[in-house]
Design a protein around this ligand. Structure first.
Ligand SMILES: C[S@@+](CC[C@H](N)C(=O)[O-])C[C@H]1O[C@@H](n2cnc3c(N)ncnc32)[C@H](O)[C@@H]1O
Length: 307
């Protein structure tokens, strides 16, 4: 393993990036300062708008060469600067999604002269069309009610109901309340649930995830829990200590449980292929359409998933 793998460097990301060889990173998953004046114990979020956008462009240009050719990038932004930053990234990469993270903010108070903002904007980009993406690792199980609702004859015996559905681009996941067990002492800590979905979908097992702005270390913790490697930077030494503690905590180690979805889904798919081989159908429901490069012989799988 390379010396820079599974390390958090307590230093400026722009300085530290030289440690990482070009084309060595599977996934950049990063959450930079938003240009909103947040207090991270440093001045990193206190630049004026022009300086902020120049700085964003500078680190983007330094970071992208670190990606493997089939690598991808997720970036957390807010509506304030996402238009400018999406344009910057679209000039360099293929834009795949704008994901809306609905933070499930309760309906109390809020803006009085405009609409209360309750979401983060996450950009998903790739270097080229054959980017790594493992849909089966992130399918969402159908609940019992939905399964029951799909009782029309076309769905009877449909094994795809067991596989789960493809995640959509609106992710409704509660922000971390003060009492939340995951909560660390960082003002903009992100939930592991979101990070782990990105890691499982967009970084192969044992691949490397880079976060230039680690904060409380959620990207590193999510990567470790899912059996991926990580590397990253954080300016604030207090946050670096929090990251070290989180990485050492028993609940943040790799377990079979954390990585469950991939293998059982693969197994089920293989069984379905075996069972359905030879049967023909005119229609494959959208829910089971397989879009991943990584999906083994996706055409034959679709042929096999027939009802
Ligand atoms: C939005 S927060 C990241 C929060 C993180 N995703 C989490 O879940 O805890 C951005 C972090 O970037 C750090 N930061 C700002 N400028 C930096 C730089 N040039 N190099 C490294 N870290 C930096 C800040 O100190 C802050 O903790």
């Amino acid at each position: 393993m390379s010396a820079w793998c599974n390390q958090i460097y307590c230093e400026d990301a722009l300085t530290g990036l030289v440690r990482i060889p070009d084309a060595s990173i599977d996934l950049i998953l990063t959450d930079p300062p938003y240009g909103l004046g947040k207090d991270y114990g440093n001045d990193s979020d206190k630049q004026d708008s022009a300086a902020y956008l120049r700085w964003m462009e500078q680190w983007i240009d330094a970071a992208l060469p670190k990606l493997k050719p089939n690598g991808s990038l997720y970036i957390y932004l807010t509506w304030r600067y996402s238009p400018e930053i999406f344009v910057m990234l679209k000039q360099r990469m293929i834009m795949l999604n704008e994901i809306i993270w609905d933070r499930r903010v309760p309906s109390m108070g809020g803006s009085t002269r405009s609409y209360t903002s309750v979401h983060d904007t996450i950009g998903f980009f790739a270097m080229r069309k054959d980017y790594y993406f493992d849909l089966n690792a992130i399918r969402i199980p159908y609940d019992a009610e939905t399964k029951k609702a799909r009782s029309r004859s076309i769905f009877v015996g449909a094994k795809w109901l067991e596989l789960g559905y493809n995640p959509k681009d609106v992710w409704s996941v509660s922000r971390l309340h003060r009492e939340h067990p995951e909560r660390a002492d960082h003002p903009t800590q992100k939930p592991l649930e979101i990070v782990e979905r990105m890691v499982k979908a967009s970084c192969p097992v044992d691949g490397v995830v880079l976060d230039l702005f680690m904060g409380s270390g959620t990207t590193a913790v999510g990567a470790q829990r899912c059996g991926r490697q990580f590397v990253g930077f954080e300016l604030n030494p207090d946050y670096c200590e929090i990251i070290a503690k989180r990485l050492a905590a028993p609940e943040n180690q790799l377990t079979e449980q954390n990585n469950l979805p991939t293998e059982p889904v693969r197994e089920k798919l293989t069984n379905i292929i075996k069972q359905k081989k030879g049967r023909k159908s005119k229609h494959v429901p959208e829910e089971i359409q397989l879009h991943s490069e990584d999906d083994v012989a996706s055409d034959s799988v679709q042929q096999a998933l027939i009802f």
